[in-house]
Design a protein around this ligand. Structure first.
Ligand code: FE2
Length: 296
């Protein structure tokens, strides 16, 4: 009987430690575009973590010094299992909600792409390439750029094209200066569309400056020092996707040709270090980023 009580206490303590680690990792994973902006909930998240630790300490003290009987051991063991089940259900629910949010964003961006014959799948292509590039960037440089947030920013980078008249989007000829001015405003239109979503605040500048150049001669003339690193990552992916895609006015270019062009503009249009990292990504991984709807 004593052995059984000891085993239950030991297993319960191990499960509680696992629960705390899982919860801690969960808290870290919620610092993204879908979860931030609800700072009042942060307090309760910390309180819940403190209670889990408090419960574990109490558990160990009772186990070591409380001389627990079988009923007490069962209650403690059951408690740790209960927390594990609640955590599992909660994490599963949040994962489902996040997946659904991404699906909704993909649907919305599908509407944007459908209005422009040159965009077919472009946004998803840029998203895939952005995330691949992100995974190759050294961890120290990725600091401050949440993976999920970057995924949404790259997917939604051209959402402002919803505000561009179709006659401009679909114009087969060269755009006039006035039309080009309207077209160049799509990053800010995108920011206006997404502004009501409070938690997207962090990624709005990433979207707004995705057409800026290091020389300060981008769409809004923003100098290099003020261009967010996330925007530079998206710009590299956007450039590669645009070069390798078929457009009504140009055939798709080969992977090698795209790298050559990107190297030529690195340091002026694109970040030099990012282009270097990008050029070392295996071709097979980049080819895998092409969505079915994209013609390359
Ligand atoms: Fe754009």
């Amino acid at each position: 009987m004593v052995n059984m009580i000891a085993v239950m206490i030991a297993f319960g303590a191990i499960i509680m430690v696992t629960n705390i680690v899982r919860y801690w990792l969960f808290l870290k994973s919620t610092k993204d575009v879908l979860s931030s902006g609800v700072s009042q909930d942060r307090i309760w998240e910390i309180v819940a973590l403190a209670l889990l630790v408090f419960f574990l300490v109490g558990y160990i003290l009772v186990g070591l010094f409380g001389n627990p009987d079988l009923m007490m051991a069962g209650i403690l063991y059951g408690g740790s299992i209960f927390v594990a089940i609640v955590e599992t259900l909660l994490f599963r629910l949040i994962r489902t909600v996040k997946e659904n949010c991404l699906s909704i964003a993909e649907t919305l961006i599908g509407v944007v792409d459908a209005r422009d014959p040159n965009l077919k799948g472009h946004s998803r292509y840029v998203r895939n390439v952005t995330m691949l590039l992100y995974d190759h960037i050294p961890a120290s440089k990725r600091e401050g750029i949440n993976r999920v947030s970057l995924e949404f920013a790259s997917l939604m980078h051209d959402v402002g094209k919803l505000g561009i008249p179709e006659e401009i989007l679909n114009k087969p000829d060269k755009l006039t200066d006035d039309e080009w001015l309207i077209m160049k405003n799509h990053p800010r239109l995108g920011v206006n569309i997404l502004k009501p979503l409070g938690s997207f605040k962090e990624i709005l500048p990433w979207i707004e400056y995705h057409h800026e150049k290091l020389t300060g001669k981008g769409y809004y003339g923003i100098p290099d020092s003020q261009i967010p690193y996330a925007s530079k990552i998206i710009a590299v992916a956007d450039t590669y996707a645009a070069i390798t895609m078929r457009r009504s006015y140009k055939p798709p270019r080969a992977h090698e040709e795209a790298l050559k062009i990107m190297k030529e503009v690195s340091g002026e249009q694109l970040d030099q270090d990012l282009v270097e990292i990008f050029c070392n990504i295996p071709k097979i991984d980049l080819v895998a980023c092409v969505p079915d709807t994209v013609e390359v």
